[in-house]
Write a protein that binds this ligand. Structure first.
Ligand code: NAP
Length: 514
């Protein structure tokens, strides 16, 4: 049993009074892990970020900020075992930790590395000069950091990665941040945040941590501020409709629910290497982080003649997945983040089961003993015989170890079904036929932020359907929120203003000194 942690918000470069508020419980046995603090004063935080953090960050060059990211990554790497220990209590196995904690640190490293190619300056040019008249006059885009605050509102499922994936491009761009994690598991976010503060790598006011309610924070933002939200579509819709956000054209990026797809090409048979690769990927996505990944495969599509074979193979593989205490190395899948989250999964599986039959799972798991009170749920496969007539399977995300297998007749059908998700973060395709690949990419890319294509030749090096991809921009359109996650320098755009300068070439040369 761990001591109960009194959590604190971090405001004006100090930790505020800790604990005393709502209790946060362990995902694995329901015991109390931490207590939330009282609500922080958001006006004070905003003022500090604008008056202290912003100027300090903007006084640094892009390259200096890149070195700061590296120092943060080094500090977190050196103490990641501390984070692992806490992460188990969120229900995550050691393998899941690699995703959340190491993945987050990796994103900082990638951005630190990208910074080396940026100017050792405070403003950067974008693209080449444009000839805009016949004479001595030219055009040039420049990018400069906004002078406000970046507000990051994160989902509960990745307490560390969720914070770091937004923090890296924002700090590199030169904006101060208020981090507001999801309350479930925020003791892990707080611990990672503490390590960054204790590293001494950050200037005063660069980052603040807001635990609990945001109060009227969104009402106090203006056009120099930027909000990045990750969470449910319902919350995103509410927040982006805030009248102040609309009136002041506050930048608002949302990453939300997504009915991601994986497709087995119709060039395969049950003996093809791509068949086995597909099965492995579907099961991995169902069970990693107990399926609480925005990118998890919710819809697995197979040629109709392979539906039974694919179903059997998935069920066989799932049956070998040991669900148990995530601290136990033998456990392949841990718990959901909490009992409330499990109730949501139960309700959504019930909705899905109106259009699809439950093949395996579909119920909470009572593991008993020391794990009594844990939020365990069985890996659950549903089968939808007629996905063309279905609506719920393309619209409702059960945020847990849940996926629905469905048949398609030909590639045109596969494209139509994939796109029926109305915009997703990611699709993967397992095919060895260039014609199948070409048809899927040309028919479906516009509905997907990212597409991973795997065959027998690339499988060993493939990065994975759900793996973070800091190098490329990959937000999902439509239902997925229309955001634009990461993507190296592109990921900095929500925090930079692009201005088109028009002047004599000699005048534009002064930019080299900015
Ligand atoms: P959520 O309930 O929408 O909450 C998301 C964040 O918004 C949390 O920090 C939450 O804080 C905060 N929030 C809720 N109401 C708010 C309000 N009125 N004002 C300000 N902040 C508010 O989502 P969740 O349950 O944490 O996460 C699960 C969902 O996230 C799933 O649907 C999943 O698909 C989605 N997700 C999407 C992505 C992606 O990249 N597309 C990634 C991860 C997760 P509290 O926790 O304190 O309420």
């Amino acid at each position: 049993m761990t001591d109960i942690i009194s959590l604190a918000s971090y405001s004006e470069d100090q930790w505020l009074p800790a604990g005393g508020g709502d209790e946060l419980k362990s995902a694995i046995d329901g015991s109390v892990i931490a207590t939330m603090p009282a609500t922080a004063n958001v006006s004070i935080m905003l003022n500090h970020a604008r008056k202290v953090g912003g100027p300090a960050l903007r006084a640094m060059t892009f390259q200096q900020r890149g070195k700061m990211l590296r120092a943060l990554a080094d500090a977190l790497s050196a103490r990641k075992e501390e984070l692992y220990r806490l992460s188990f209590l969120t229900g995550a196995t050691r393998g899941d930790n690699a995703f959340d904690i190491d993945g987050g640190i990796g994103t900082l490293f990638v951005y630190a590395s990208k910074a080396k190619a940026l100017p050792d300056a405070h403003v950067m040019t974008e693209g080449s000069r444009e000839a805009i008249s016949r004479g001595n006059f030219a055009g040039q885009h420049i990018l400069a950091p906004l002078t406000g605050v970046a507000v990051h509102i994160n989902a509960y499922n990745f307490p560390v990665w969720g914070m770091l994936e937004k923090l890296a491009p924002t700090l590199l761009a030169g904006m101060p941040i208020i981090v507001k994690p999801g309350h479930v598991g925020c003791y892990l976010t707080e611990a990672a945040f503490r390590i960054m503060i204790e590293s001494g790598a950050l200037p005063a006011g660069a980052v603040q941590l807001l635990l609990g309610n945001t109060g009227d924070l969104l009402d106090q933002l203006d056009g120099q501020d930027s909000v990045a939200f990750t969470g449910s579509a319902a919350t995103a819709q509410k927040l982006k409709a805030n009248p102040n956000i609309i009136a002041n054209t506050v930048r608002f990026a949302a990453e939300q629910d997504s009915l991601n797809t994986s497709i087995l090409g119709n060039d395969t048979t049950a003996d093809s290497p791509e068949f086995a690769l597909f099965i492995k990927e579907v099961v991995r996505e169902m069970t990693q982080k107990a399926g609480q990944k925005c990118t998890a495969i919710r819809r697995a599509m197979v040629p109709a003649n392979l539906l039974d074979a694919a179903q059997d193979a998935i069920v066989t593989r799932l049956s070998k997945t040991t669900v148990g205490d995530p601290r136990d190395e033998a456990s392949r899948m841990g718990a959901l983040a909490g009992l409330t989250q499990r109730s949501d999964v139960i309700a959504n599986v019930k909705l899905l089961s109106k259009e699809a039959s439950i093949v395996t799972g579909g119920e909470p798991l009572a593991l008993g003993g020391a794990l009594d009170g844990g939020a365990f749920y069985a890996p659950t496969l549903l089968r939808c015989e007629n996905p063309y007539a279905a609506e719920t399977v393309h619209a409702v995300e059960a945020f847990g170890p849940v996926s629905t297998i469905m048949p398609y007749q030909d590639i045109d059908d596969a494209v139509a079904l994939a796109n029926a998700g109305q915009g997703s973060l990611v699709m993967s395709l397992f095919s060895h036929d260039p014609a199948v690949v070409a048809a899927m990419v040309s028919g479906s890319s516009i509905f997907h932020g990212r597409m991973m294509i795997v065959d027998r030749d690339s499988a060993a090096d493939a990065t994975g359907h759900g793996a973070a991809l800091p190098h490329l921009q990959h937000g999902g359109p439509g239902r997925a929120g229309g955001g634009a996650e990461l993507g190296g320098i592109l990921g900095m755009m929500p925090y930079l203003q692009r201005t088109a300068l028009q002047a004599a070439p000699a005048t534009l040369d002064i930019l080299k000194g900015l």
